[in-house]
Design a protein. Structure first.
Length: 512
């Protein structure tokens, strides 16, 4: 983005039209690039003077300043001084106070005394005093990521982003709606989706409406920056149209853009993306996925029909052992109007299971429950236990259904198999499988083992064997739970620090 003072728009006909740079401005972008490159090692004041000269020759001074603003972010300015400026000032001011500086000769005396303390010349002290001022800092490094053509592209994108900063809403149709909605959610923007009629272009029949920063209780720069960044995703699509309502100092104007305009994304990605709060969703997803439960978390599942609109929940929980899905929406604190839109969407969602985590400050939990959806109140973070408890209601029924499809007795082909492996083999949960009978096997911990195998292991395992050797024997029989198997055979492990352990008969181990 550019700063607001560099915005170039035309208001002809009551519209709001960004004044994009064209091919005719390529020589100017090249000259601005060359000016930065030619001033490496020189003070910023010299660079600024050279840019001022370019402004005099340009169609519009804001164009030069816009190019320079973008390139300035690529430049590294450093303070070059023999003595750190703060130290030089502190010492010189102390001596000036002692001398009582009024005249030029007294100033020279103060600098001389300061130079004695700092072990440098008076001229060095004078040069160091204000070397950290912006205009005296030196352009130490400049490695532009853009060619002259790419600088034009970045300028046009930044100009459009700046214009959108004052939007109350934008309406977008794109050939890649999934990428758009994904970006909207990632940027934590308020949005809704409407179905529209096709117009012959290669565009989705869904229009994404995003609430702009000017529509909030108070416009926030952080939200506005995220809002403007959305244009990068829009412009990456092959086909797109965008219509924005702009609050132009109290006058409502319309900004219209499409893939016909010179709004593109340069081939080089920015070195640093604008930071933004990842939100409650990212925090919840990271914690839930670490659980290793029977539910698989899916980000941004398929849209749900809500009358003339479309709703895309934040997540879906897919039960790993059957075709069953529970949708999950997290409602944060937005404007009352946005909350009301969300509630109206929930009213029309039918024939799906939906959990809604709702910020306690909204006070709409009862309204959600009245719409036959389960409300999970939260403050700052969504508690995993609350979500697990809500899913358990479905899980109990699903486990019962899984178990009903299983025979009362199961005889695995393997001599030894874990309950987890057998459940996966049968396509059910462990809870469903462990309620069955296994007449040909004995259950040892979480493993099923044929009695004959247990007899063979009782002969192979001896008192005093190294635990590592026992593990090798068990692994050859596809038994991973060594502790439960040894306990079944009457052994315990006598650990010997980091060097390993020795298998001992329980009576022997206990007597020692």
């Amino acid at each position: 983005m550019l700063t607001k003072d560099l915005l170039r728009v035309s208001r002809a006909g009551g519209g709001y039209h960004p004044q994009f740079a064209g091919r005719e401005h390529r020589p100017l972008s090249a000259r601005v690039l060359g000016t930065f490159q030619g001033h490496v090692g020189e003070p910023r004041s010299d660079l600024d003077s050279a840019l001022k000269e370019l402004e005099a020759d340009a169609d519009h001074f804001k164009l030069v300043r816009g190019f320079a603003k973008l390139l300035d972010r690529e430049a590294v300015f450093e303070t070059e001084a023999p003595v750190p400026p703060e130290r030089a000032r502190r010492t010189a001011f102390e001596e000036a106070e002692a001398v009582g500086v009024v005249s030029e000769s007294e100033r020279a005396e103060a600098l001389r005394r300061a130079s004695d303390r700092l072990a440098v010349s008076p001229g060095t002290v004078a040069d160091s005093l204000y070397a950290d001022l912006d205009e005296r800092q030196v352009l130490a490094e400049f490695d532009a990521r853009w060619s002259p053509d790419e600088l034009l592209t970045q300028y046009n994108l930044s100009l459009a982003q700046t214009a959108l900063f004052d939007a109350t809403e934008i309406r977008v149709r794109t050939a890649d709606p999934k990428a758009l909605v994904s970006a909207v959610k990632r940027l934590r923007l308020m949005y809704e989706i409407h179905k529209t009629e096709g117009d012959g272009k290669d565009l989705s029949d869904r229009e994404v409406i995003v609430t702009g920063p000017d529509a909030l209780f108070r416009s926030t720069r952080r939200y506005g920056t995220r809002f403007a960044r959305l244009l990068r995703t829009v412009a990456k699509a092959d086909s797109w149209t965008l219509s924005a309502t702009i609050d132009d100092y109290g006058t409502e104007r319309t900004l219209s853009l499409s893939d016909d305009d010179p709004v593109r994304v340069p081939g080089v990605e920015p070195v640093a993306e604008v930071t933004f709060d990842s939100g409650v969703e990212a925090d919840f997803a990271g914690r839930f996925e670490s659980l290793g439960s029977d539910w698989e978390l899916t980000r941004e599942p398929e849209p749900l029909e809500t009358g003339a609109r479309v709703m895309i929940p934040d997540f879906a929980f897919d039960y790993r052992h059957s075709d069953f899905r529970v949708f999950f929406e997290i409602m944060g604190f937005w404007t009352p109007e946005y909350v009301e839109k969300k509630l109206s969407q929930l009213e029309t969602v039918e024939d799906v299971e939906l959990l809604v985590a709702v910020d306690e400050s909204l006070g709409v939990g009862e309204a959600i429950e009245a719409r036959d959806h389960r409300a999970i109140p939260y403050s700052e973070t969504v508690r995993l236990k609350d979500v697990r408890d809500a899913l358990r209601r479905y899980e109990d029924e699903l486990v019962a259904e899984n178990a009903a499809d299983l025979p009362a007795e199961i005889v695995p082909e393997a001599d030894a198999i874990s309950l987890e492996a057998l459940a996966e083999e049968r396509g059910v949960s462990e809870e469903a499988i462990e309620s069955r009978a296994f007449p040909a096997h004995e259950r040892v911990g979480r493993t099923l083992v044929r009695p004959g195998v247990l007899d063979d292991l009782a002969d192979e395992i001896e008192d005093g064997m190294a635990f590592s050797a026992v593990e090798a024997v068990l692994e050859s029989r596809a038994i991973g739970d060594a502790s439960a198997l040894l306990s079944e055979l009457g052994y315990a492990v006598e650990w010997e620090g980091l060097s390993g352990g020795t298998v001992r008969k329980k009576d022997d181990a206990q007597s020692e």
